[in-house]
Design a protein around this ligand. Structure first.
Ligand SMILES: [Zn+2]
Length: 382
């Protein structure tokens, strides 16, 4: 059922260049995203989805009304993002279709991203919507759909109107392999450190020069070497040196601080402050300064107050013949921010593999499982 439609839609959506751009100051960050968003709004409209709207920021939303008798149940939302990662080229995608063991796998020609992240999610939501509209005998509550820009650059829900969306809870269809069910992510902060050095003629520098870059290296060496992205996994947090640069007179460093546990997260921020204080104690007050800004928080804290949201996804997956695989996200999601904006929002598999790389791929059978999971989530009777 509907395999052709899923594939056809997916291939259509990846033909749009929707790469987002972290350097841009517009919203969405690139004009191509609005082109796909407009296309989706038109497609939703012609499919018979109700209340289709594209707002000034580009967010596209629509409604599948409840079937008779189920109007009083929770309103369930589904979201996917239209942008693709800036990490690899995203224009002129030439999908390669490989048939294997009765399945169809789509990859790239090796020169671009595929964009399964997250166009697989869009194709699944759209095809599930089409199916529910075509089969009124399948009963469900009210469903809200949203497509958003700029997820990959962390701005996906900056202007999203949770109240107008009006869902009680939602799911982002933005995970990887089959069965993924995620409702824990990092707490995240960024620390920016500035070091002021003192230059002197190198031939005459004894007891005068203070090389800011060397102080920066020393500062980094005081953070635990075992707590870096390349040495941690699972629930282990880290300090990630994302940038270091400078000269004798001035150096700058940037760290991403990450931890699933709220208490340990706060401790990590204190550790960075303590290391900076330590440097100042050694080299003089004002040598190093730090500003730490929180970026996002672990959605678990919000989602665990609504256990039925996770239970519903598990039940639906089982009904769709998918074994749920619960694991913590070592990053953030739009759903994490939405959860703190009042919309509990776990992340479900969309089926893509090797995200953000030239080896990205997705199989039609997994996309179909994700689509069936959406349908089963809608059907769950309260
Ligand atoms: Zn994504």
């Amino acid at each position: 059922m509907k395999n052709e439609k899923l594939l056809e839609r997916f291939l259509k959506y990846v033909s749009f260049d929707t790469q987002s751009d972290p350097e841009s100051e517009t919203y969405p960050s690139t004009p191509g995203q609005k082109v796909l968003l407009k296309y989706l709004a038109d497609e939703m409209h012609s499919m018979g989805i109700a209340e289709v709207k594209m707002d000034t920021f580009g967010y596209v939303t629509g409604t599948i009304p409840a079937t008779p008798g189920r109007e009083g149940e929770s309103v369930v939302g589904f979201l996917a993002h239209v942008d693709t990662s800036p990490d690899a080229p995203g224009a002129n995608v030439r999908p390669q279709i490989v048939e294997t063991d009765g399945d169809i796998v789509i990859t790239t020609d090796g020169t671009t991203l595929l964009g399964a992240d997250d166009k697989a999610g869009i194709a699944e939501i759209m095809t599930a919507a089409e199916y529910l509209l075509a089969c009124p005998e399948i009963e469900h509550g009210k469903i809200r759909i949203a497509f958003t820009p700029d997820e990959e650059i962390g701005r996906g829900v900056d202007f999203f109107d949770v109240k107008a969306f009006g869902a009680d809870f939602a799911y982002t269809m933005d995970g990887g392999p089959q069965g993924e069910l995620e409702y824990e992510n990092f707490n995240a902060a960024v620390a920016k450190i500035t070091i002021t050095g003192r230059s002197a003629h190198p031939g005459d520098a004894k007891d005068k020069m203070m090389n800011a870059v060397r102080v920066a290296m020393e500062l980094d060496s005081r953070l635990p070497a075992a707590e870096r992205p390349e040495t941690t996994e699972g629930y282990e947090g880290f300090y990630h040196l994302t940038h270091m640069g400078g000269s004798i007179e001035r150096a700058e460093m940037e760290y991403f601080i990450r931890d699933h546990d709220g208490t340990r997260f706060e401790q990590r921020k204190k550790t960075v402050e303590a290391v900076v204080a330590n440097i100042n104690a050694k080299y003089g007050e004002g040598t190093a300064s730090v500003s730490i800004k929180d970026q996002y928080y672990n959605m678990r804290k919000v989602v665990e107050r609504h256990p039925e949201v996770v239970e519903r996804a598990k039940r639906a997956m089982t009904a769709a013949g998918v074994e749920p695989i619960v694991k913590p996200i070592r990053g953030g999601t739009d759903g994490a921010r939405l959860s703190y904006m009042g919309l509990p929002c776990p992340n479900l598999f969309a089926g893509g593999m090797n995200f953000h790389s030239l080896r990205e791929s997705v199989s039609v059978s997994t996309m179909k499982k994700a689509m069936n999971t959406i349908i089963e989530i809608a059907r769950v009777k309260e």
